[in-house]
Design a protein around this ligand. Structure first.
Ligand code: GDP
Ligand code: FE
Ligand code: FE
Length: 198
């Protein structure tokens, strides 16, 4: 059953339906379905952890808003907005969250820093993650459309403990990246040290 939430317009000027329509314009059908799945997972996690549903919904709905922007747009923004210039050495995987947050702020007029931070941190996490950061990070990983080895264990853990799911996701993402000789964004190591290593 689809969960919905009536927006009190604390974070976005329009209704949930209007925000969904804005997001739909920006992404492929497949990614749009993923985003709706992330919202459903985020609402469930928010309910289980007594977190504000409206805020979880907005953050989840916008988390991949900028995913299909061009590399040249991201690069120009990194230069213009004075973000960490080392970002120029990375790619869409990292940009769509970290730089995407600036696009969301500008185009959707969402200014809540906790929501923007949850978008910035949704791919690799951070040393210190708020509950909203954790909700979006985990929801992105376990939404109903995800299918990869370990996803059911991640879902089960998330139902028991948000933090345990953050730990599992961080560890397994790093293992996956290393097994495939992928570069690791330094913040991902900080997340690992904070949530996995002991
Ligand atoms: P999506 O936007 O819903 O597809 O999911 P994410 O934002 O979580 O991840 C986007 C991509 O970034 C995935 O393909 C991950 O494998 C990849 N990714 C996650 N962590 C890192 C990292 O530390 N370094 C690099 N290079 N890629 C990463
Ligand atoms: Fe993403
Ligand atoms: Fe996503």
């Amino acid at each position: 059953m689809t969960q919905t939430v009536e927006y009190q317009k604390h974070y976005y000027a329009g209704s949930r339906k209007e925000l969904i329509a804005k997001v739909k314009e920006q992404v492929s059908e497949k990614r749009f379905k993923h985003i709706l799945g992330v919202e459903q997972a985020a609402l469930e996690l928010a309910r289980a952890n007594n977190y504000e549903l409206e805020k979880a919904s907005v953050a989840a709905l916008v988390h991949d808003y900028a995913k299909e922007r061009s590399d040249s747009e991201f690069k120009a923004l990194i230069v213009q907005t004075g973000l960490e210039q080392d970002l120029l050495n990375w790619n869409n995987f990292i940009w769509h969250g970290v730089v995407g947050a600036e696009i969301i702020k500008k185009e959707l007029k969402i200014t809540d820093e906790e929501i923007l931070n949850a978008v910035r941190r949704h791919t690799v996490g951070a040393k210190e993650m708020t509950m909203l950061d954790q909700i979006v990070y985990v929801a992105d990983y376990i939404e109903p459309g995800r299918d990869f080895p370990g996803v059911d264990q991640a879902r089960q853990l998330a139902a028991e403990s948000l933090r345990a799911a953050v730990e599992f996701e961080t560890k397994h993402t790093l293992l996956y990246l290393m097994n495939n000789n992928k570069t690791i964004y330094p913040a991902a190591i900080l997340t690992y040290n904070a949530y996995v290593a002991s």
